[in-house]
Every structure is written in structure tokens, then in C-alpha cells.
Design a protein. Structure first.
Length: 460
């Protein structure tokens, strides 16, 4: 772009009033001077820093009149308008600057101004989107940190929280089928139907969650909740050989939930309580499978400056529409501990107990589970690693096939790698590998699975 010479009488009039020439009378006559584009931009920024947005705006408008697509002039104009409280027009010019910006610093400044304008306009979610853009285009670590810090501040103020989890999983057992081809019943061998055996394939999963703050005070807050979870599958050629009549949609599952949550503090000891109620509906294979109601109470407290303890009591009623005998009522208790080490590494541990009551003996059970996850402090060659160990035991009542009752023991080992150097708008891909194996005294329920999951995580 060529450098234009600009005649700025309005600017000089304001300058003459504010800064009388040496030796002149208090009432000075305005004079005309000529400033180049770069001089005008630099001086306009100085005026903004000195709290003179009115003069800076006049200079910016003159520059924009000469070249409506000058990104630096548009940034100056947007910043001046924001200092004067005109956020709607500021947003318009900031976005025009972002669209025409020729370098990362200009894009960063324009995105930050757009985010700030949206925030003051009450559009918090849109402001978060622009601040993600600012972080993505930040020219260095310092400016990126500014964008991330502003993003977190806007997220805390935003009454709406949205969570998305998208992933593709290659699995050796998409249907939780048995690893055995035959089972014995009263000493006689029976060959399993293909759909009861482990079938390999690909899982496409989508999880979406919404949390909206309805009201808040110093010691409490109430939220509306909604969630959607879908799992769709594509069977492998080997799975189709094992179960030729099986269709991909036979194993598809969708769940929707709505609910309310109330968070509150009873005293100043730092403990936070939350009561949550949810209603849900699940489809399997295209058919309505169940309706559910869930209630839980949790208490979260910092037991040390680096350690959080969360205790949760829960109960759930599930009405099965395919078989009334499989309807169930369950009660659970879970303890979660999160600890941050001085090095930056993090440790998560959980232990739970759940009692499920039902008429069907293959639904009624008592479960105990323990899980530990360790997240490394620093990335290794741009990859942040974490590992998980998970053990679960389930005890089922006696039945005709197993007079002593069924006993299942499931172990899971997982490794997760977050590719932090591959990033777009604050999102990075992650690769997760998990091996699980179930051992049971009823061979029908013995299974193993190797899953590889590719997903996307937010870095802030």
C-alpha cells in the first residue's frame, strides 16, 4: 500500500487547544499541518495511550476514508471507539481489520478487539471464539498468554458452558461380545451366535454438553443441563464374516439428558456442595431402549493447597422398554482425588461402589472399581503423555447357569498422547490406546478389546 499524505485540520484543531505553542496566547489559532500515514498511525496510538480517543478516532476515520481496507487504520479506529464505549461500531471495524490483516500481530489485535466488543455487548460465547482466534494468531508466547488469560476470564463470566467431544475409535470389540466361540451349559457345548461374539469395527462418537447458569449469588448458583451422546459403528469385513446378518445400525446408541444442578456453600470452610437431577432417554439399534432418572449429591473440598477431594452419592432408576425384568435401581458412592505436583505433573484417583437391583440376574450386581491416571508435567517432543490403570470387579447373584453366582474381573490399561505442537484455535488432537480384558467364571462373559481412539481436546 502506498503512503498517502493526509490533511488533518480536525486533529490540529484539537492539538492546538490542548497544546498551545510556546509564547502564544491562551487562545491559539488552529493551524494546518500534513502528516503521513505512518506518522498518523503512530501518533494515534500514542493518543490512545494518553486517553485521547476522540482525537485518535478523527485521525483513524481520515485514514479509513483514504483506504477503507487499511487494517492498521481499522484497528486504530476500533480501539478508539472502544475507549469511547461504542462497542457495536468497534466490532464492525475490528472484524474488517481481521479480514484484511497481513500479519499475525494485526490479526491478534483485531481478534482481541472483536472479542472485547462482543464481551461488552453480552455475547460471551462469540467473544470466546474470537479470543481463541487471538490465541491462534498470537505472534509470540507473551501475546498468546494474554489471549488465553482473557479467554478464561470471559469463560468464567459466561453463563453458558458448551462441551464437545468428537472421536473415532478402531476397536476389536465394538459390541462388548464374548471372546469365546462356544460355551458350555450343563456340560454341553453350544456355539454362540455371531452377534454375541466380539465384532471388530470403527466407532464414531459425538458427545455434546450444555450447562447454563440460571442464577448466581456469592454462595450459590443454579444451572440448567442438557447432553447428547451418540455412538455409530462400521463393522469390519471380518466382523461381517462372523455375523453376516448384522448391520452397522444394530449397535448404534443415542442418549439424551436434561437436568438441573444447584451448587452451594454452607460455610466459609471452602467445601462446595452440588445437587444434580437428570432425566434421560436411550435408543439402541434405532429402537427406544430405556428411560432413566438420576439424582446425585457431591461435596468438593481442597484438603491441601494442591489436593482436591470430591465425594459423590448417587441413585438412578432405569426403566427398560425391551424387558421389564431388566429395569433397575442403583445406588452408588464415589471418591475422587486430584493432586497437582510442584513439577506440574498431575495425579487423578477414583474409587467407587455401586449396588444395582433388578429382577434379571444378569443385571443385578455389586460393583467395585478403582482407577488411577497420571499426567506427565512436560511434553516429550511436543507430546504430553498420560497413563491410566483401571480395575473393576462385579458380583452377580446365583442363576441357573452358575449356582455360585457370576464373578467378573475387568482390567483396563490406557495410554494417551496429546499432540500439543499440532494446534488450531486452541484445539489439539489426541491419540489414546486402551486394552481391556474381562475374566469371568461364566465363559460367555469373557472378553477382551483393543481400542485406538483419535480425538480432539481443548488446551485452555
Amino acid at each position: 500500500m502506498t503512503c498517502h499524505r493526509l490533511l488533518l485540520p480536525l486533529f490540529l484543531l484539537a492539538l492546538a487547544v490542548a497544546l498551545p505553542l510556546p509564547g502564544s496566547q491562551a487562545r491559539a489559532e488552529p493551524q494546518e499541518i500534513t502528516l503521513g500515514r505512518d506518522q498518523s498511525l503512530n501518533f494515534g496510538r500514542q493518543l490512545l495511550a494518553q486517553g485521547r480517543p476522540d482525537v485518535a478516532m478523527a485521525m483513524a476515520r481520515a485514514l479509513v476514508a483514504v483506504d477503507p481496507q487499511d487494517p492498521e487504520a481499522l484497528v486504530l479506529l476500533a480501539a478508539a471507539l472502544q475507549q469511547q464505549g461504542d462497542y457495536p461500531e468497534s466490532r464492525q471495524h475490528a472484524r474488517a481489520a481481521y479480514a484484511t490483516a497481513s500479519n499475525d500481530m494485526l490479526r491478534f489485535e483485531a481478534a482481541m478487539l472483536s472479542g472485547r466488543a462482543d464481551f461488552h455487548h453480552g455475547a460471551h460465547t462469540r467473544a470466546q471464539w474470537w479470543l481463541r482466534r487471538a490465541a491462534h494468531t498470537a505472534p509470540d508466547a507473551e501475546t498468546r498468554e494474554i489471549a488465553e488469560r482473557n479467554f478464561l476470564q470471559v469463560r468464567r463470566a459466561n453463563p453458558l458452558e458448551l462441551h464437545f467431544n468428537l472421536g473415532v475409535t478402531g476397536s476389536s470389540n465394538v459390541n462388548d461380545g464374548s471372546s469365546s466361540e462356544t460355551i458350555e451349559i450343563f456340560g454341553l457345548p453350544f456355539r454362540l451366535d455371531g452377534t454375541a461374539r466380539a465384532l471388530s469395527g470403527t466407532e464414531i462418537g459425538v458427545d455434546m454438553g450444555l450447562r447454563y447458569r440460571l442464577r448466581a449469588s456469592r454462595q450459590s448458583a443454579t444451572f440448567a443441563l442438557a447432553a447428547l451422546s451418540t455412538r455409530n459403528y462400521r463393522l469390519s469385513s471380518k466382523a461381517r464374516e462372523i455375523a453376516p446378518d448384522a448391520r452397522n445400525r444394530d449397535f448404534a446408541r443415542q442418549t439424551i439428558e436434561i437436568g438441573l444442578a444447584h451448587r452451594f456453600a454452607l460455610s466459609e470452610d471452602g467445601a462446595v456442595y452440588e445437587i444434580t437431577g437428570r432425566l434421560g432417554r436411550t435408543w439402541y439399534g434405532g429402537d427406544l431402549l430405556s428411560n432413566s432418572a438420576r439424582l446425585q449429591l457431591s461435596r468438593s473440598t481442597m484438603i491441601t493447597p494442591q489436593t482436591n477431594l470430591r465425594l459423590t452419592l448417587s441413585t438412578q432408576r432405569q426403566n427398560r422398554l425391551d424387558s421389564a425384568a431388566r429395569s433397575s435401581t442403583s445406588y452408588g458412592l464415589q471418591a475422587d482425588v486430584a493432586h497437582a505436583f510442584d513439577s506440574g505433573a498431575r495425579l487423578f484417583a477414583a474409587a467407587s461402589w455401586r449396588e444395582t437391583q433388578a429382577q434379571a440376574t444378569n443385571v443385578q450386581n455389586t460393583a467395585h472399581r478403582a482407577q488411577v491416571t497420571y499426567v506427565m508435567a512436560e511434553p516429550v517432543m511436543g507430546v504430553r503423555l498420560s497413563s491410566t490403570l483401571d480395575i473393576e470387579q462385579r458380583r452377580f447373584p446365583e442363576n441357573i447357569l452358575q449356582p455360585d453366582g457370576r464373578r467378573d474381573l475387568t482390567g483396563r490399561i490406557g495410554l494417551s498422547a496429546s499432540l500439543e505442537e499440532v494446534e488450531y484455535m486452541g484445539f489439539s488432537p489426541s491419540l489414546n490406546l486402551q486394552f481391556s480384558r474381562t475374566r469371568s467364571n461364566v465363559s460367555l462373559h469373557e472378553s477382551e478389546s483393543l481400542d485406538m481412539f483419535l480425538g480432539v481436546n481443548s488446551r485452555f
